[in-house]
Design a protein around this ligand. Structure first.
Ligand SMILES: Cc1cc2nc3c(=O)[nH]c(=O)nc-3n(C[C@H](O)[C@H](O)[C@H](O)COP(=O)(O)OP(=O)(O)OC[C@H]3O[C@@H](n4cnc5c(N)ncnc54)[C@H](O)[C@@H]3O)c2cc1C
Length: 148
């Protein structure tokens, strides 16, 4: 159970429209592309790195488990909150920060989806080819490379 003070502080970080806590909404975050299920108690949607830092500090202070979630398409249950707690949803951190075609690198926020990378470089003889079957899956948070 998330302490009321912790919840209040987390909501203060992300704002009144930056979280989900109703059972019918949390249902949507209890699974990913794998087979396991576990329901979080709260889902928060940071917009900035500073928001993420604040969320991590607050949850650490109260001993609340956290799980990061991009698009929830992972196939191994990595985005499942097995111990409940808080899901940090990155869908609002969806900006492409830099594209460096000369070196075939891009800097992305973790909520950027594959299709958006392709759209950003189309017409320049590039597309993001990592996931060929699902163009709206999220790009992996730590994989900046562009494939030609
Ligand atoms: C039908 C289908 C087909 C697929 N085909 C392919 C394919 O052809 N090639 C391929 O390579 N992959 C394929 N995948 C896998 C897909 O590419 C990955 O599931 C996707 O890249 C994961 O991104 P996500 O944002 O959905 O991650 P999530 O599922 O949300 O999370 C995956 C893991 O990363 C963690 N995480 C998420 N965001 C962060 C963050 N910001 N910081 C730290 N940790 C974080 C989560 O906690 C979790 O452990 C397929 C998946 C499906 C469902």
């Amino acid at each position: 159970m998330i302490h009321a003070d912790a919840k209040r502080r987390l909501i203060a970080v992300v704002g009144p429209k930056g979280f989900l806590d109703r059972p019918e909404d949390l249902l949507l975050y209890e699974y990913d592309g794998g087979v396991d299920k576990a329901r979080p108690e709260l889902v928060v949607f940071p917009r900035t790195t500073e928001d993420v830092v604040s969320i991590v500090k607050i949850t650490a202070e109260y001993g609340i488990p956290i799980v990061g979630r991009g698009a929830g398409t992972g196939l191994s249950g990595g985005a499942i909150p097995r111990k409940g707690g808080v899901i940090i949803g990155f869908s609002r951190m969806n900006r492409i920060l830099e594209i460096d075609l000369e070196n075939e690198r891009a800097v992305l926020q973790p909520g950027v989806v594959n299709l958006d990378i392709t759209l950003a470089v189309q017409g320049q003889n590039y597309f993001y080819a990592r996931v060929v079957v699902g163009r709206e899956f999220a790009a992996p948070a730590v994989r900046p490379a562009l494939d030609d």
